[in-house]
Design a binder for this molecule. Sequence first.
Ligand code: ASP
Ligand code: MG
Length: 418
Amino acid sequence: MPILVMKFGGTSVATLDRIRRAAKRVGMEVANGYDVIVIVSAMSGETNKLVGYVSETSPLYDAREYDAVVSSGENVTAGLMALTLQEMGVPARSWQGWQVPINTTSAHSAARFIDIPRDNIDAKFAEGFKVAVVAGFQGVSAEGRITTLGRGGSDTTAVAFAAAFGAERCDIYTDVDGVYTTDPRISSKARKLDKIAFEEMLELASLGAKVLQTRSVELAMRYNVKLRVLSSFEEPSEGAGTLVCAEELIMESKAVSGIAFSRDEAKMTVVTIEDRPGIAAAIFGPLAEAGVNVDMIVQNVSEQGYQGHKEGVTDMTFSCPIDQLKRAEKALLDARDAGTIKFDRLEADTDVCKVSVVGIGMRSHAGVASKMFETLSNEGINIKVIATSEIKISVLIDRKYMELAVQALHDAFELEKA
Ligand code: ASP
Ligand code: MG
């Protein structure tokens, strides 16, 4: 039997009624001839509630017990989904992480997969069970303790099962009907994409489009797992949702496929540091140790007399999430106190956002950057930092222009047209 993985997010299993609706979909795929592995999230709001219980009980909690508590939401939905399927006459059995077993590292609350042996579930399929309902987001460590994968981890569980069982596809049921050219709340012209390449989805996901956990897309790309994102609230139809797949399956790509943004960015400039070999390492080493996710980096030219600087000094600018700025500042001041770097001062800018255009078509289309910059200039938007990769151009601009920039770029690249 071909295997299909179906993942239902928190809103799709939020009530018994919705679990019934989801179970019906599973029943349809069983009728289509699949053995189905269903991955469930906790009912929406449940994981947050459990995290709250833990913090209230023990602010400096033991990570093993945190995982024991927060993983429990998925156990409930897995059991209920199996019962609902049984009531519908579909032979189903639920599985918690340790029963499969889903073997992970011991990094509690941020565990990584080691392997997922197929034997136990395969044996149940061989007995005539049609559905294995697996609790998402959890696993078991070599010490035999329950682990969790980090928030949003059920997406990654689903992809890992699809890879381990050679599933034909991994369908991710959620509360939106697919991946859009940009956030429809920002641009009313946003259009649902039929297909998007792994690499584009990865850029969009890590740039702030929140449909899929980034790790799940990485895993899907590595194991070439076809992902489909679709809504559990719409009637099933041919070609519903968005297929996230290998580039080769996408016939013709426009230069730009989507526009991503992240609102809560900050920019910091280390003013007047000495320009010598090792200075970048001396700055970014302490930042990494402090857990600061540095994103864009610009080192300014260091000619003699540049902006009145002395010879042999330069400025270094970087961006990071706004809530990490204080940590970045402390790490750099500590490094200066310790004597590993010398600089005059730090200049922080907390009113910036990042807007990015993404598309694999950029590899073969020229002029994307100039069109982007011209569009922003026509709107009178000043660009503060630019960064590029092969399939992405990102700019840092004033936060108050974010919506305007996204809308203008969406128009300029004609993303409303298929
Ligand atoms: N329930 C977990 C969370 O809220 C995992 C998931 O739903 O993907 O993060
Ligand atoms: Mg999710």
